[in-house]
Every structure is written in C-alpha cells, then in structure tokens.
Design a protein around this ligand. Structure first.
Ligand SMILES: [Mn+2]
Length: 439
C-alpha cells in the first residue's frame, strides 16, 4: 500500500477527542473504539462497515441531473479505475478506523462481455482486495451480487419469467459465493431489487415465488458444497424499483422463508430506510426481525420521512439509533453481522472531506445511541415497568397460557370465577417521557 497514490491528503487517522468543540468535525466525540460497555468494546457492539457502492462508485447523478461527484479514483479504463477505487477505499477504511466493508460484485470489478470475462475481472480485483485486507486487517462484512442493474434483469433475476435469465443469475451467484469465501466474508446478502412485479396482468405470482425459493435452495446447497461458513441474509424492501416487491418487509420475508423451509439458512439484513418506505416506524423491522431471532445485520441509514422514496442518508438521529442499539444489545449483539453504512453523501456534498464527515457523524450518532441504550438497560426502570405490565402471565392462569396448557373452556371458567378485568393504564406517555430522559 505504501507505493499507492494518496487519495485523501490532509486527512489523518480520525481520533477520539471527547472535549472537541462543535465545529470540530473530523474527530469522534463519542465513539471510543476500545471503551468497554456491558462487557464488550464499542467496536464490537457496533461492528461498523463502509459500503463500496455509494461511497466509492457514487457519482451524485440522479434522474434529474448529471454527475456532481468527481472522484479522483474513478479515472482511466474500467479495470484501472477499479484498482484505484480499491486503494482509495482501503485508505478511507484505515483512516476512518472501520474494520469492515461491503460490496456488490459489479461495483468491485466491471462486468465483461461474457460471464467468463466478468469472472476474470473479479478474480483480478479480488486478488488485490485480499492483499489489502491482509495488510490492513480490514475484513468483508458481506458480499452481494448485483442482480438488478443489467438489462437482462429488467424483469427480475430469480423471479424472471425466462429461466435463461434465472440461470445467468445463478451462475453469477455461484461466482459471488466463491469470491465471498475467498475473501473471508462473514455474511452474504441477497437484495431482490427487481424480484417483484409492476402489473398483475402479466405475472404468475405463485410460479415466481416458487422459482425464487428454488433459487435460494440452490444457493444453500452450493454454500454447503464449498464449505463456506458465512451467514446468508435477505434484505427486505417494499417498493422501488418494482411497484410490488416480494420482500416487502421483515414479516413478509420471514413468512416466505418459513413457508419454504428456508428459515434456518437465512437471517435478515434490515435497512431502516426500507422499513419507513413500507409505512413502518424507523425501528419496526429491526424489532420484528429480532423478535423472531432473525436479525442478522443492519444497513444503517435513514430516509426523509416526508418523502416516498429511498434517499439513503447517513443516520444522524439520536432517538432512532438509540432504539436500534437497545434492540441489538437485548439480542446479545449483531455478530457476525454489523452496522453497514448503506448511505450516500448528498449530491450537493461535493468535497472529499464530506465523505469522512458523513461517516464520522453517523458513527458518533451510533456511539451515543449505544451509550444511551446501555443506560436504559442498566438502569432497568423501563424493563421493570414492562415486566409488571406482563406480570399476569408469570403465574396461575397466565402461565398456563404461556405453556400452552390452557383451553377456551378454562378461560370461560376463569371469567365466571373472576368476572370483568380491571382497566389498566398503558402509560405510553410515561414510557416516552422516561425514554427522553436518556437521549
Ligand atoms: Mn441496503
């Protein structure tokens, strides 16, 4: 790495400086990687990851305007810029102090004119990635295949009505799994960008869902065959680009996986911006996935709640990240998953330092969320209130319900003996007031 060009001159390794002032934006004021909270370092609780596509491939182009972000690494032939991009990315990871990164096959290396050529490009660039990983200690949180951008996938990949396209997607995933194993990825993500439909008139929904399940079963089989240990994850999203997406939200995906007997092989990668697009609150799908033991990883970003599309902004809201961290601590952490910043600087944030500022801000927000959640949990006031709220299920008739040994006849006898239940306050405002004490 020593011989490589420096892409972020003037920016040194980001340090923890808790007494820095409000205008000091290139230091952490809350994230102190080695500090231990509830028996684990902040680094281990948070497991931050930088995403390749937004941060190193993003151009700032949107449907109404051209490129605004001119990055020095996106120059030369596609293979030359792929190599420069990789060096820039590793300089960024190490200066930021983040141990993980994530990528799609096609943002790591350019697609060729044949599958063989694409695979060769991927081999060459991932050989270099492996070298840089070994030199820096930075690891892959997850790999995913881009099965949505190429025109062949316009009608879907695993749910395409043409099995020739499904076969291409399968061949691409086979290579993606090999690459993930080669780089020691800890997870592998499926995001079904175009797995859905625009019109029911031309769509056989039952067939498409069966095909998607068959596709996932082949992936499970190949993963076992190559002896890979990474965790499979599915990332729900409700709309965009398809009008109707099969992986609408956490509960839709959990239902799909259980229906096809795939639930022991997959967990969920929850992106809160997708959750809010589905009409839920920010933390909803994190909580729902965790309740089913299926929260595997988080694509940490946020949307603008007043907009109806995916804006992939950096998560800066302390209330939201506190709720997320409380759920993560309560389930014992996210490992082997992590907090991946699937977020992009605004197309108007054109300075190279803005990429650092955005990540520093989000990491500090999550560090505050972690500290807040630890205080909520260690104080135990909220958990004591919750325990009391459900206490009727800890003994007598309630315990029989929990254990599955009660019947409707028992309920009738219980009511005849005990009459009308008393009105009990839900105390929502009290919970909200107490929560606000911690943030
Ligand atoms: Mn995502």
């Amino acid at each position: 790495m020593a011989a490589a060009e420096e892409f972020f001159p003037g920016i040194a390794r980001i340090q923890y400086e808790p007494s820095a002032g409000p205008g000091d934006v290139l230091c952490f004021k809350h994230y102190n990687a080695d500090e231990v909270l509830m028996g684990r370092t902040m680094e281990d609780w948070l497991r931050f990851s930088v995403c390749y596509w937004h941060s190193f491939c993003g151009t700032g182009a949107d449907p109404f305007g051209f490129q605004t972000l001119h990055r020095p690494w996106n120059e030369g032939t596609p293979m030359e810029s792929a190599k420069k991009r990789l060096h820039a990315a590793f300089e960024f990871f190490t200066k930021l102090g983040v141990k993980y990164y994530t990528f799609h096959d096609r943002d790591m290396a350019p697609e060729g004119s044949t599958l063989e050529e694409s695979n060769k490009n991927l081999d060459e660039i991932t050989d270099l990635a492996l070298q840089l990983q070994n030199q820096t200690g930075v690891k892959v949180l997850w790999v995913t295949c881009n099965l949505f951008a190429h025109p062949r996938y316009m009608n879907g990949a695993a749910t395409n009505p043409d099995c020739h396209v499904l076969a291409y997607a399968g061949a691409q995933v086979k290579k993606g799994l090999d690459v993930a194993k080669k780089l020691g990825a800890e997870n592998f993500v499926f995001w079904g960008g175009r797995e859905g439909f625009l019109s029911i008139h031309n769509t056989d929904v039952a067939a498409e869902l069966n095909h998607m399940a068959a596709f996932f079963k082949m992936a499970v089989k190949y993963k076992e065959k190559i002896g890979a240990k990474f965790q499979f994850l599915i990332e729900p999203k409700p709309k965009e680009p398809c009008r109707h997406q099969y992986d609408y939200d956490a509960m839709s995906v959990i239902g799909f996986l259980k229906h096809y007997g795939l639930d022991s092989h997959f967990k969920l990668n929850i992106e809160p911006n997708h959750t809010t697009l589905a009409g839920h609150s920010y933390e909803h799908d994190i909580v729902m996935a965790s309740a089913f033991g299926m929260l595997g990883s988080v694509d940490s970003n946020t949307g603008s709640p007043d907009l109806g599309w995916d804006t992939d902004q950096f998560p800066m809201d302390i209330r939201n990240v506190t709720m997320v961290m409380k759920t993560i601590i309560e389930q014992g952490g996210l490992q082997p998953g992590g907090l991946n910043f699937d977020a992009k600087v605004r197309r108007e944030s054109t300075d190279l330092e803005d990429l650092f500022i955005a990540h520093v801000g989000a990491m500090d927000a999550f560090a505050r969320g972690l500290r807040n959640a630890v205080r909520i949990i260690e104080d135990g006031i909220v958990s004591e209130m919750m325990k009391k709220r459900y206490s009727s299920f800890s003994h007598g008739f309630g315990l029989k319900v929990v254990e599955g040994s009660s019947s409707l006849e028992d309920m009738e006898a219980f009511i005849k003996q005990n009459g009308e239940p008393k009105i009990t306050s839900g105390k929502q405002e009290k919970y909200e007031l107490i929560f606000n004490h911690y943030i």
